[in-house]
Design a protein. Structure first.
Length: 378
């Protein structure tokens, strides 16, 4: 609630800055940017909209499976039209020991709701509140309602968590190790994976394992910067922010690829601060991966719809406009390049310095020297 108490002063500063920007930049540029910044204020996202949201959320089904244990990690997500990814998403995280999924559906029309209604371990909510305004409000709401005082993994439906040692160690094991090491959150680095054929030639992703269809990645266009210590986070020296990647090469965008997706939702930690990060967290001295599988057969349709509707908000809509411009001109777009290589296991991402791994984490994950000795600077 600290951010809410600072809200009126923050709004006053924003209004004064807006007046200056309108004079310098003109209203057509300054007003949309100011509106986006206003939406990011805590008093707007979690004060005003936080008070409204409970009246705009419906519970469609409760979970019917066994209740998660005290050490289990709760997996949470907000989706719209996620059916092509759901089989892979659920089976992957179940294999890592997840026993409870909290999913908020934001207006799906592709059968996602019907599919999720049949899953015993899923709590399914629904809301038609506009995502562009309620993105972080949705996320913090379901974390606090269903996973207060628990470890949370908050991931999009096209993201799969991956970490060294995952073939022997569960998500609960990872959370327990993190906590016993003195940390309350883990930095997650997104890695885009794609097929070796044009997206138009991929089989329909519905019900298919995207880990089999999309097996290639690259890291040569990833830029990085130190993860700045701010907002009372305790940050290790090796923490980094990643930008760019394959989308930089193909679409010319500079996406931030770094989130804090695994965290303990308690002891003063504030999730979804500055969009994908935390406040008051003790960040671990290792990072883990979010394997990202957006590039299926339906991707072009999704991009064109998002660019036209502005569903993801003003800043991200610019990003989708860049995607759309390339995809309109290249209906048989392929993501492959000479730098593409086969993804096999998260250990190789440590060897390439895409992920950081402290000595204690390497030991916990059972990594040998050969797993990380051939390091390459990004």
């Amino acid at each position: 609630m600290q951010g809410i108490s600072r809200g009126p002063k923050a709004i006053g500063r924003k209004l004064r800055a807006l007046t200056t920007q309108i004079v310098v930049q003109g209203a057509a540029i300054a007003l949309p940017r100011a509106y986006t910044r206003l939406n990011k204020l805590d008093i707007v996202q979690f004060g005003i909209r936080g008070a409204i949201l409970p009246f705009r959320v419906r519970t469609l089904k409760e979970a019917r499976g066994p209740a998660p244990g005290a050490d289990d990690v709760v997996v949470l997500s907000v989706l719209r039209n996620g059916l092509p990814w759901l089989d892979t998403f659920l089976s992957h995280h179940r294999a890592l020991g997840a026993r409870r999924f909290i999913i908020l559906d934001n207006g799906s029309t592709d059968g996602s709701r019907e599919y999720l209604m049949s899953q015993d371990d899923v709590v399914l909510l629904a809301s038609n509140a506009p995502y562009r305004h309620y993105e972080n409000t949705f996320k913090r709401y379901i974390c606090d309602r269903f996973a207060k005082g628990r470890w949370c993994l908050f991931v999009d439906v096209d993201e799969l968590v991956a970490y060294p040692g995952m073939s022997q160690r569960s998500l609960a094991d990872l959370a327990r190790f993190t906590w016993e090491s003195g940390f309350s959150a883990v930095i997650t680095q997104m890695l885009d994976l794609y097929s070796d054929v044009p997206m138009a030639d991929m089989p329909d992703g519905t019900g298919r394992d995207l880990r089999v269809l999309c097996r290639f990645y690259e890291t040569q266009d990833i830029e990085w910067a130190p993860y700045v210590q701010r907002e009372s986070n305790s940050v290790p020296d090796n923490a980094r922010l990643h930008f760019g990647g394959v989308r930089s090469r193909v679409f010319g965008t500079r996406n931030c690829l770094t989130k804090t997706s695994l965290f303990f939702n308690g002891e003063g930690l504030v999730p979804f601060h500055r969009w994908h990060h935390t406040r008051n967290a003790r960040l671990a001295d290792f990072s883990i991966a979010l394997l990202h599988y957006p590039f299926n057969r339906q991707y072009r349709e999704k991009v064109l719809e998002a660019a036209a509707s502005g569903r993801y908000g003003w800043v991200t809509s610019d990003e989708y406009q860049a995607y759309a411009a390339v995809m309109r001109d290249n209906p048989r777009l392929s993501m492959m390049s000479e730098a593409s290589r086969l993804y096999q296991a998260p250990e190789q991402l440590v060897a390439e310095r895409f992920l950081e791994a402290s000595p204690s984490f390497r030991q916990w994950a059972g990594m040998s020297n050969s797993d990380y000795s051939k390091q390459r600077e990004i």
